[in-house]
Design a protein around this ligand. Structure first.
Ligand code: COA
Length: 254
């Protein structure tokens, strides 16, 4: 089975994260598939809308930690960075269905989506600091804008999860639905968008984001440099070793 399923019909391209046994954690190959799909979707006239979805029990556990440590992304065109830039610059509507854990990039990718439907089991978290790392995918810019500074600080500095209700309250998600219905609801909304005039959708999205994209791309680059530097440091090494050994990290001796 492929780890990301891509399906296009009726103007909607659907990307389904399909690595449930590893909680849909992203490998480099999955980033690559998603980045390529977004690139194709951005120019393919048959695609009006892209939906990103997971499983009713899990959206994504973030980076696959083993894969990530084996091949830390360094070059600007590493799949993870291509995916982030693809999200940040995607010209057509992006819809997401999120259920269960949405960790790391599982949450930060949502900041780039236009419509988000969450299962009532959705749990969003950005535990980068707990891993000795820092925010990525533009989240240190977008989280304060979308959640408000203090909620963003709680989420990014403490790394504490927040649930679907809190996400709805701040406007991060459009609607909370039963987990088994989230993908269908997102698809139904995507079909409504797909039936609308594409140039109007593209132009309206461009106008809503006007002036932000360059700053966002620069921010993503700066985060990537900091992330790369922190990844080489002892705190990250302890955090990742602890994850592999299924224990809590101990930063007290560093
Ligand atoms: N990278 C690699 N493997 C991961 C993973 C990740 N980010 N997240 C989960 N997995 C794997 C587990 O190692 C486990 O594999 P195994 O069955 O071979 O032991 C399997 O997926 C199931 O995960 P498990 O932790 O048992 O599921 P859970 O339901 O108890 O918890 C999460 C789900 C998402 C809360 C938990 O897996 C988690 O916190 N994952 C790490 C999240 C993270 O720190 N991501 C990095 C962000 S940058």
């Amino acid at each position: 089975m492929q780890d990301v399923l891509t399906h296009t019909a009726d103007g909607v391209m659907t990307l389904t994260l399909n690595r449930v046994e590893k909680k849909n954690s992203f490998t480099q190959a999955m980033y690559s598939t998603c980045a390529d799909a977004l690139l194709q979707a951005s120019t393919d006239a048959a695609v009006h809308v892209v939906v990103i979805q997971g499983h009713a029990t899990v959206f994504s556990a973030g980076n696959d930690i083993g894969d990530f440590l084996a091949k830390p992304p360094k070059e600007e065109d590493a799949p993870v960075f291509r995916f982030m830039r693809g999200l940040a610059t995607f010209p057509k509507p992006l819809v997401a269905a999120v259920c269960g854990p949405a960790v790391g990039i599982g949450t930060t990718l949502l900041f780039h989506c236009d419509l988000i439907y969450a299962g009532d089991n959705a749990a969003f978290s950005m535990p980068f600091v707990n891993l000795g790392l820092c925010a990525e995918a533009g989240s240190s810019l977008l989280a304060p804008q979308l959640l408000g500074y203090h909620r963003a600080a709680e989420a990014l500095l403490l790394g504490e999860p927040f649930m679907a209700e809190a996400a709805l309250e701040v406007g991060l998600v459009n609607r909370i639905v039963p987990p088994t219905e989230a993908n269908a609801v997102a698809h139904a909304q995507a079909l409504k968008l797909a039936a609308k005039p594409l140039p109007s959708l593209v132009e309206t999205k461009r106008l809503m984001k006007k002036g932000q994209t360059e700053q966002l791309l620069a921010h993503i680059n700066e985060e990537a440099q900091s992330f790369g530097r922190l990844l080489q440091a002892p705190h990250a090494s302890e955090a990742f070793t602890a994850f592999m050994e299924k224990r809590k990290p101990d930063f007290s001796k560093i």
